[in-house]
Design a binder for this molecule. Structure first.
Ligand SMILES: O=C(O)CCC(=O)C(=O)O
Ligand SMILES: [Fe+2]
Length: 281
């Protein structure tokens, strides 16, 4: 009998170590253990200087001509833009979102084909408060979502590195209705709900005395975080610095559907489905 009869990623399963024994790939084992225990892992993508420079050039150029799309204002915490879907004008961004090593590893970790569907490019730190991406991107079955955050220059304590709450992926999944909020029908209502959510996360961290950990990863390294891992951007201590990076979110081919929790009410069975705009090269 298969141990993982529940429809959940095996890296999140209570039978994790038993299932791990049956996995043939030994190279990826350490990443699976990190994902299970801590909810994230750090990998080295061995990107060439050229690959990185080309992405940084494409982003700089789009900023120069002012031709780019961003996340809604409610998710901006400083003057730096969060440039979304740059893969539509930059082949280099698209290629990084389809990195072979990342896709192989995600396939192993989720037993399903990974589908890159959202990219954000940053030139400065986001300073975004701690959150789980599952409040932004829901899947059915649950938790088939990861973020892959790639450093396109070294990060350090001063340029707003990424911070995580190790182990927080094991906290229960929450939606806006758990926070007694009505389903938002427009961005203004969503903003109110999201601010309540951010406060709730702050409180839970305080109450449970959870520890944050800054990850000072180097250019060409990446962080993979599990669906419900709390993460955010550290305050920039020096606004003269930049923090070039690219994040790619993935859902998986086994998902029956994906949804936008911002405008959904799962408890009433009301889902706003997200049709994936998969990153093509
Ligand atoms: O880059 C950051 O500081 C945070 C980005 C993030 O949380 C995300 O894209 O999901
Ligand atoms: Fe995030």
């Amino acid at each position: 009998m298969s141990l993982n009869i529940v429809n959940e990623p095996w890296i999140e399963s209570p039978f994790f170590y038993q299932i791990l024994k049956s996995k043939k790939n030994k190279v990826f084992k350490k990443y699976a253990i990190d994902m299970h225990e801590k909810g994230y892992c750090v990998i080295d993508l061995k990107l060439s200087a050229n690959t990185i420079n080309n992405i940084n050039k494409d982003i700089a150029q789009s900023l120069n001509i002012g031709d780019f799309k961003t996340n809604p204002k409610i998710y901006h915490y400083n003057k730096y833009p969060r440039i979304v879907e740059a893969w539509k004008f930059s082949k280099n961004v698209a290629q990084l979102a389809n990195n072979i090593f990342v896709k192989k590893l995600l396939n192993y970790l989720y037993d399903s084909k990974p589908l890159p569907f959202s990219t954000i490019n940053f030139i400065g730190g986001s300073e975004q408060p701690l959150h789980s991406d599952y409040i932004h991107f829901g899947s059915m079955p649950h938790k088939y979502l990861v973020g892959v955050w790639v450093a396109l220059e070294n990060t350090n304590k001063d340029n707003g590195p990424l911070t995580v709450v190790p182990g927080s992926h094991k906290l229960s999944l929450i939606d806006y209705q758990d926070l007694k909020r009505n389903k938002a029908t427009n961005i203004k209502e969503l903003e109110k709900n999201y601010r309540v959510y951010e406060k709730y996360i702050q409180n839970i961290i305080k109450y449970k005395k959870l520890k944050t950990k800054q990850l000072h990863i180097k250019k060409g390294q990446a962080i993979i975080w599990a669906a419900n891992l709390l993460h955010g951007g550290v305050r920039m201590r020096n606004y003269k610095l930049t923090r070039k990076s690219q994040v790619i979110h993935f859902h998986f081919s086994k998902n029956k559907f994906n949804y936008n929790p911002g405008f959904s009410d799962p408890k009433k069975g009301l889902y706003v489905e997200r049709k994936l705009d998969i990153v093509r090269v």
